[in-house]
Design a protein around this ligand. Structure first.
Ligand code: ATR
Length: 269
């Protein structure tokens, strides 16, 4: 039987993962199928067990099930533990292993695809929800000078900083931000509703690289704001492709070439 994978979520119709993994499989000659599965909101665990019984080898997990996947996993990678969420499941020898590839996807898109080194940089991470938490450990592993975490609800930023307890990670109130940052990463969901975190102009300069973890056909509001202050910008489409590539690698032991996949997705967005 051909090895089976899928992405599980609710809703799921919009997911680009089947298309991305089909291209990876074709490119690398891996014999596998990758589908999408709409799980009932109260039926995540049953859906996963059912998939395993029918030959499932692994799964990507998306909203709203990343915490359920974390709870379901019998073994978790360090980066899944730090993220507090699982986006990749590996079914191996009767065990369910949970990992999280979002953070490494972001790091690779910034450092490899955009060619912006993170080491030694002053990083401003905006947001303190699941998306922000998921990228903190992989960013810290790049040895930035510092990561400043800010959030509309400041208490949540402070709690995250406490949880990681790393000397390079600190919280700052949004209205107290006064420095220019080398790298500003938007990990809020504000842009999904056409909104914008209220960042002071001072955080952007002509040498700032501003990264929005969401993506769109045009520059997002956050990217437009950053551009208006002279910053270089990039959206999160490359992160989407890179996190998928890391999942593919976990399952198949093969690293796909992400560049052509990014190109074809970009043409469709
Ligand atoms: P995700 O998993 O995408 O991070 P989340 O856990 O709901 O989703 O977190 C959403 C993040 O976006 C939070 O940091 C949230 O700020 P609050 O903690 O203050 O709610 C942020 N966010 C959402 N809408 C926003 C807006 N309009 N302006 C600023 N921040 C916003």
């Amino acid at each position: 039987m051909t090895d089976r994978y899928l992405v599980i979520g609710n809703p799921i119709a919009h997911s680009k993962s089947p298309q991305i993994h089909a291209q990876f499989a074709q490119q690398t000659g891996e014999a596998m199928v990758y589908e999408r599965l709409l799980a009932p909101l109260d039926g995540f665990v049953d859906s996963v067990h059912n998939f395993i019984e029918h030959g499932g080898r692994g799964a990507n997990v998306t909203l709203p099930f990343k915490l359920d996947a974390f709870a379901l996993a019998e073994q978790r990678s360090e980066r899944a533990q730090a993220a507090g969420a699982v986006n990749t499941l590996v079914f191996e020898r009767g065990r369910i292993i949970g990992d999280n590839t979002d953070g490494v996807g972001l790091v690779r898109d910034i450092s490899v695809n955009a060619g912006v080194a993170i080491k030694g940089q002053r990083v401003l991470l905006v947001g303190a929800g699941g998306a922000a938490q998921g990228v903190i450990l992989p960013l810290l592993e790049q040895a930035p000078h510092s990561i400043t975490l800010c959030n509309r609800t400041q208490r949540k930023a402070e709690e995250l900083v406490q949880q990681f307890s790393h000397p390079a990670l600190q919280a700052c109130a949004i209205d107290a931000l006064s420095d220019v940052y080398d790298l500003v990463i938007n990990a809020t969901s504000a842009g999904l509703s056409g909104d914008l975190p209220p960042l002071p102009a001072a955080v952007f300069g002509s040498t700032t690289f501003a990264y929005d973890m969401i993506y769109a056909a045009q520059a997002t509001n956050f990217m437009q704001l950053a551009q208006s202050h002279g910053a270089q910008t990039r959206d999160g489409l490359g992160m989407l492709v890179e996190q998928a590539a890391e999942s593919f690698y976990l399952w198949r032991g093969v690293r796909p070439d992400t560049a052509p996949v990014y190109k074809s997705l970009r043409a469709q967005v």
